[in-house]
Design a protein. Structure first.
Length: 157
């Protein structure tokens, strides 16, 4: 806490209810008359470990600005996932662009049998036992994360 001209300024920021994980940061280029303009695209997953999760993507002049904007975008795109005994109620397939993801419920103690972006999304959603597989050949983290979100949207409790 600083004291300046009789007023107190707090430097601490309040703790957010969400945990965030940066999935991907990419440099994107736009060609203009004078040359190339570089910006950064950030993909962020936001979750509260209590069934709410969202994916946000945004661009900025620097990485920290892009991440902040992506967090705001993720907060706007939050979904609520029905969780039953630490897993999902039934098997589901999600598709986004060329990415396909299959999610299957798992028994107690099995853990997160998932890789890459799927593991991050279901982990931040609060799911503790699940089996998943990314189908197809895409390695695009953004598309795989969005396919996972599409699969979670299809769940019925």
């Amino acid at each position: 806490m600083f004291k300046k001209s009789g007023r107190k300024f707090h430097t601490k920021r309040e703790k957010s209810e969400f945990d965030q994980k940066t999935l991907d940061i990419r440099r994107v280029t736009r060609v203009v008359a004078g040359g190339k303009r570089f910006r950064f695209r950030a993909t962020v997953v936001l979750g509260d470990h209590k069934s709410r999760v969202g994916v946000g993507v945004d661009k900025g002049a620097d990485t920290s600005g892009a991440i902040e904007k992506a967090v705001r975008a993720a907060k706007k795109n939050l979904i609520t996932v029905p969780i039953k005994n630490g897993t999902i109620p039934h098997e589901v397939i999600g598709k986004f662009s060329s990415a396909k993801v299959i999610l299957k419920p798992a028994g107690e103690g099995r853990g997160l049998v998932a890789g890459g972006p799927v593991r991050v999304v279901v982990g931040l959603a609060g799911i503790t036992n699940i089996t998943s597989k990314i189908l197809g050949t895409t390695t695009n983290k953004l598309n795989n994360a969005k396919a996972t979100i599409e699969a979670l949207k299809k769940l019925k409790s």
